[in-house]
Design a protein around this ligand. Structure first.
Ligand SMILES: [Zn+2]
Length: 68
């Protein structure tokens, strides 16, 4: 099981359940026990999809951007 949560910088991240911390590309380390879990996914692929969907929802009406 994978947990989806949000870093304080606004990025959505996922981590395997049981992991203690996850470091975001921004450099902040999130302690999973203290993170607000937004969603759960069966596997890394599903977690990645979910993160992508959340990021797009966040951008909202600001327009479509190419991946990457
Ligand atoms: Zn971050």
């Amino acid at each position: 099981m994978y947990l989806i949560f949000r870093c304080r910088c606004g990025r959505h991240l996922y981590a395997q359940e049981g992991a203690k911390t996850r470091t975001c590309p921004c450099g902040r380390r999130t302690t999973l026990a203290k993170a607000r879990i937004l969603a759960r996914a069966e596997d890394a692929e599903a977690a990645g999809e979910m993160v992508r969907a959340l990021q797009q929802k966040d951008r909202g009406m600001t327009g479509f951007r190419p991946a990457g």
